[in-house]
Design a protein around this ligand. Structure first.
Ligand code: ZN
Length: 300
């Protein structure tokens, strides 16, 4: 059930971000962020996780503008009585890390991130990107805080981004999946949707493996970075089936001698052309996976 937390006056509300609790004890701030393409999503969930008196993580705070940054800080400081201990970053994409250094300095707290994401951010933004910030590298199995008294552990979930990390409690009541899948938007009629597996930092083979792994772990709820909480692993199963079907189509077109660009036109003809460059990335990572598996033979 969705529980609205902010019920201040109108003026105050303008300075406060929308906040809901779909899972007991996990606050979900909905932050306007730098998402491309904007028609697919333009908000990133900033989750606050950790039992009272324990470590309190701010997950993926990524405000798009100065005003949104101020609203975020105001909400963090005034809507809750938490003592924030760390910022946790799922992966290095801009809609998850914008202004993260500013926030880390503001609260004087460390950033927890994978070594891979850290390296990519320095490569993109220069060696001073995290100057004077305490960085802690997180790896599979690290316990970062507690939820309902249970260990909240780190899971490495490569595929969408090589260094992407997830979080989940021992009971598997929930699994914070980052951009492994998109949740349903807040707008009526929007559906859970697939994400881009780009050639640079993505890997379709690993994406398949990660999906299979989380489906096996069978968490009750999925907490995606974009959109609402998903109430089972069914959307992951659907995504996996969709990707398997897509891969078969790519293989068929490959055998007909089609280029990745021609495949995009054929397979995504009903999709908005603005999304074709992203679709092309998915096709290329499918081709790479097929090549790794030794299936790109018999080209006519
Ligand atoms: Zn994202």
């Amino acid at each position: 059930m969705v529980k609205m937390i902010s019920n201040n006056s109108d003026k105050q509300q303008q300075q406060i971000l929308p906040c809901i609790q779909e899972i007991d004890g996990i606050d979900q701030l909905i932050v306007v962020s730098y998402v491309f393409p904007p028609e697919m999503a333009h908000r990133t969930n900033c989750f606050l996780i950790g039992d009272k008196g324990d470590k309190k993580l701010i997950v993926d705070p990524s405000p798009f503008s100065d005003e949104e940054y101020k609203r975020l800080v105001n909400t963090l400081k005034n809507s809750f009585e938490y003592t924030y201990t760390d910022i946790f970053i799922t992966h290095h994409h801009v809609d998850h890390v914008n202004e993260v250094q500013k926030l880390a300095r503001e609260f004087a707290i460390p950033i927890i991130i994978s070594e891979d994401s850290y390296g990519r951010l320095l490569k993109k933004n220069g060696p001073d990107f995290f100057a004077n910030i305490n960085i802690k590298f997180a790896r599979e199995g690290d316990v970062l805080t507690h939820w309902n008294g249970q260990d909240v552990k780190v899971f490495e979930i490569p595929g969408h981004d090589e260094g992407q990390l997830a979080l989940a409690p021992e009971s598997m009541t929930w699994f914070l999946v980052g951009d492994l899948i998109q949740g349903e938007g807040l707008e009526p009629g929007s559906r859970a949707s697939t994400v881009v597996i780009a050639t640079k930092e993505g890997d379709m083979k690993k994406y398949f493996r990660t999906l299979e792994r989380i489906i096996r772990l069978n968490p009750k709820y999925l907490l995606p970075s974009h959109g609402m909480v998903l109430k089972s692993v069914a959307p992951l199963e659907k995504t996996l089936i969709h990707r398997i079907e897509r891969e078969q189509q790519v293989l068929k077109l490959y055998k007909q001698g089609k280029t990745p660009e021609q495949m995009t036109k054929t397979l995504y003809k009903r999709v908005n052309k603005a999304l074709w460059p992203l679709a092309l990335e998915n096709i290329k990572t499918h081709l790479k996976k097929l090549e790794q598996e030794g299936l790109l033979i018999n080209k006519q």
